[in-house]
Design a protein around this ligand. Structure first.
Ligand SMILES: CC(C)(COP(=O)(O)OP(=O)(O)OC[C@H]1O[C@@H](n2cnc3c(N)ncnc32)[C@H](O)[C@@H]1OP(=O)(O)O)[C@@H](O)C(=O)NCCC(=O)NCCS
Length: 92
């Protein structure tokens, strides 16, 4: 069986947040898999009691920025040089 993609939630210590990573195998991209994994990750994070998710992406990674912005992530401070940090608040 071929792995088509994966999502990782890296929980921060002491605060109710996590860094999210989503990867889809190149031959399966642009078919909605990244969107599915990301929404599933947000639902799981919410059910774990997390309040926000963050991601840091390379500034040139336009496709990833579009993916995350399309799912409620917005630019947030604290990115390392050459990176963009995006955050999505969860729940109400
Ligand atoms: C980013 C990634 C996960 C997207 O996965 P995907 O399955 O292709 O995503 P989707 O098909 O759900 O795309 C949803 C939307 O994101 C945007 N998008 C995704 N890839 C894009 C690209 N290469 N160029 C422009 N927009 C892109 C589009 O708006 C797209 O909607 P559309 O296809 O209707 O135009 C995939 O390209 C990947 O694994 N990249 C390498 C790892 C990475 O950079 N991960 C992000 C940082 S953790």
């Amino acid at each position: 069986m071929k792995v088509r993609g994966c999502l990782l939630l890296d929980l921060y210590p002491r605060i109710r947040g996590a860094e999210v990573t989503v990867v889809v195998a190149p031959e399966f991209r642009r078919r909605g898999a990244g969107s599915f994994l990301l929404e599933e990750g947000c639902s799981r994070a919410l059910s774990l009691g997390l309040e926000f998710l963050e991601v840091s992406v390379d500034q040139g990674n336009v496709g990833s920025v579009r993916l995350f912005e399309g799912h409620g992530f917005a630019p947030f401070s604290g990115a390392a040089p050459g990176m963009i940090k995006l955050r999505r608040a969860l729940g109400g």
